[in-house]
Write a protein that binds this ligand. Structure first.
Ligand SMILES: Nc1nc2c(ncn2[C@@H]2O[C@H](COP(=O)(O)OP(=O)(O)OP(=O)(O)O)[C@@H](O)[C@H]2O)c(=O)[nH]1
Ligand SMILES: [Zn+2]
Length: 212
């Protein structure tokens, strides 16, 4: 089983379009990580970092949380191959409306396979594979993400119950397994685009995401 130890390395002021946050930096050491690719043995340990945007008093009641997995193409370049950017904006909007909450941004690009592998997966998708088939053809698991680091960060922040913005049942399960109660799942469903319909269909049909 992987084990994560985490430490906070920064806490700074963070004004944004969605209001005023603190920006917190965390570094985690993951020991015994599981291998993600058949051809590449996992190292004995690896470091992972994550950023938390924290708004308001997160201890008054179980806060709204989004665990957002890095997507350079969507989050930064507004790609319409996926729905990541829209989900990021939805989450920041909900936190802003509530006046409190946490956006945890974890650097598991491409569901943990890394940016270059994700781009190679895009090439295969252009030839007809879906997101899962493309990952498998490259030797990767369908989804390599583990949520030990976000769970450890939430605990370090003194939280044991949250309201989680997600459509992904694995995120809910991972937090519950780590001892954090998900008292409410808030839908992260966003309108589809013609260019991401197949991506969303694969999430719904093959990954069990809770979307209509
Ligand atoms: N391997 C791979 N990763 C992708 C692809 N498109 C987006 N991603 C990554 O998928 C991750 C987001 O995962 P999603 O499955 O869209 O959503 P989720 O985080 O599991 O679930 P929600 O909480 O409901 O958003 C990000 O790390 C993206 O970089 C792709 O075609 N292939
Ligand atoms: Zn994306």
């Amino acid at each position: 089983m992987p084990f994560v130890s985490v430490r906070q390395v920064a806490d700074a002021d963070f004004p944004s379009r969605w209001g005023h946050f603190r920006i917190l930096g965390f570094e985690g050491l993951v020991t015994n990580p599981e291998p993600c690719n058949d051809d590449q043995p996992a190292p004995a340990s690896r470091t992972e970092s994550a950023v938390a945007l924290v708004m308001g008093d997160i201890h008054a009641a179980p806060p709204i949380i989004r665990i957002h997995s890095q997507c350079l193409t969507g989050d930064v370049f507004h790609s319409l191959r996926c729905d990541c950017r829209q989900q990021l904006e939805l989450a920041l909007g909900l936190i802003s409306e509530a006046g409190t909450g946490i956006l945890l941004y974890e650097q598991q690009e491409g569901r943990g396979i890394g940016l270059m592998a994700k781009l190679r997966a895009y090439e295969l998708q252009d030839q007809g594979r879906d997101t899962i088939e493309a990952n498998l053809e490259l030797g990767y698991k369908a989804d390599c993400r583990l949520y030990e680091l976000p769970a450890a960060i939430l605990k370090l922040l003194g939280l044991d119950a949250v309201r989680l913005i997600t459509n992904n049942p694995e995120k809910v399960e991972a937090l519950e397994l780590a001892g954090i109660k998900v008292i409410e799942r808030i839908s992260a469903e966003v309108p589809s685009e013609p260019t991401n319909e197949r991506y969303l269909e694969t999430k719904r049909e093959k990954m069990g995401h809770l979307v209509s």
